[in-house]
Design a protein around this ligand. Sequence first.
Ligand code: HEM
Length: 538
Amino acid sequence: SGPATVSPTGQATAADPEHMAQSETYLTTAQGARLYETDHSLKAGPRGPVLLQDHHLREKITHFDHERIPERVVHARGAAAHGVFEAYGTASAVTKAAFLGKGVETPVFVRFSTVLGSRGSSDTVRDTRGFATKFYTAEGTFDLVGNNIPVFFIQDAIKFPDIIHAGKPHPDREIPQAQSAHDTFWDFVTLHTEATHHTLWNMSDRGIPRSYRMMEGFGVHTFRLVDAGGATSLVKFHWKPKLGVHSLVWEEAQITNGVDPDFHRRDLADAIEAGAYPQWELGVQVFPDTADQTFEGIDLLDPTKIVPEELAPVQPVGLLTLNANPSNFFAETEQVAFHVGHLVPGIDVTDDPLLAGRLFSYLDTQITRLGGPNFAQLPINRPHAPVNDMLRDGMHQTAVHRGAAPYKPNSLDGGCPFTAGEDMGAYVERPVTVPKGRKVREAPASFDDHFSQPRLFWLSMSDIEREHIIAAYTFELGKCYEQAIKERALQVLANIDPVLSEQVAAGLGLPVPAPTVKLVNPSPSPALSQVGHTWPLD
Ligand code: HEM
């Protein structure tokens, strides 16, 4: 049995977090001593000096002094909700993951976020949104840590500090990127052109969602599913909102930003409180697990590429319903710790080099953010499956472990009654063949194509969506101080589409460069119809 949570007299103790709220008719110190007064320090007379011996004063101030923890290094601003995921059973054809079996209901916690802003920043900025889901399954926790944009800026995690340093506030002025001072962001994404696809999505209406309830979500990477017979397939995960995908227009986003910087956070909480529970279908695109890990010529290990749904339809596998708000923001939304390595039997990772870096990064950062290695014991992070590990001690250890032999093999604590085999529900990594090669710091040649999919995206847009994209590039690049960065950005746009580069160049008052790559589908994009206003937009 663990530590007592209720004192012999039936009163709540500090070990019972549920009862830590101010529910009693009196206050105590952290040690449980009842207080008669908390409004005045202990002094040598009403006008005399405050006494060092005042333990209550020192305890109260000391605890306050340590209330803040570091915010997330990225995705610091977020809002979250509890819910349930109900599986249709359709995924059982491709995975043995028990929570995807027909009719299985799994509790979930979902956190939405912006990427670049700090904890107190505004909701309706132009940015990527995080969409992280913790499934508390009977086989252990599965985290799907995705975004609302299906591709990423970089193909290799070693570039993550670079893209984030470029996007975060300028080191000298600490001016956030979202509204002004864009030079570093545009400098990086125009030099490192694998960022073109993600940047184009950011400049589209996808960069300013109307509501968290109206966003798609994407696992981005390709994952490997394993079925009950051991056969594997490659998949991409998608969340499809029942309310459809909706965006703000730029002017709405700007006004909302000023009127209610908490717009998305409030919208989510209000909807759930009113019983208008947001829902998403989880779906998968399934590809054969071939040796080259490509599909229709698209490299499935390249996180800057999508597979168009026309080539591989998204097949629904279950329904997510968010039906309860957190009862304490800090305990739940702030302390939740997601990790792409939290996997369950039937779901495995691939060799996407961006995913490999993420598998390292999340646990590493959480050890700092959550004060040591024991944050899995926090209520929001506790698995709903039995935990029987040999991890011991460390900062903020709250478990009282029994036994004498937290090591294996041992002959003392019953001789260590495992290892469990795959047939006993153990997670066994698929023994896939690793391609042979020399040890090099290189990407495959298939990662070199940075423009064909941005062009595909651009050509798929309606007139009004294209106008929004042109206006977004014109506005954002117009904020750059460096002329050379604007010119380089126009070169990138020329490699996507001539209409796009011409219109943005006109808005910036700069010459239009010729493309330096062969456009994949060279037919010009249709001329923009003038949807009720003059062009370029001002
Ligand atoms: C946090 C998504 C790439 C490092 C997050 C969060 C999301 C996310 C949704 C917020 C989780 C939450 O709500 O608590 C993604 C996606 C990526 C990606 C979809 C690419 C496909 C990377 C890479 C790295 C990285 C390449 C590092 C190598 C981090 C870190 C955090 C974070 C350090 C903060 C985690 C915490 O403090 O708990 N990411 N990310 N991410 N991500 Fe990523």
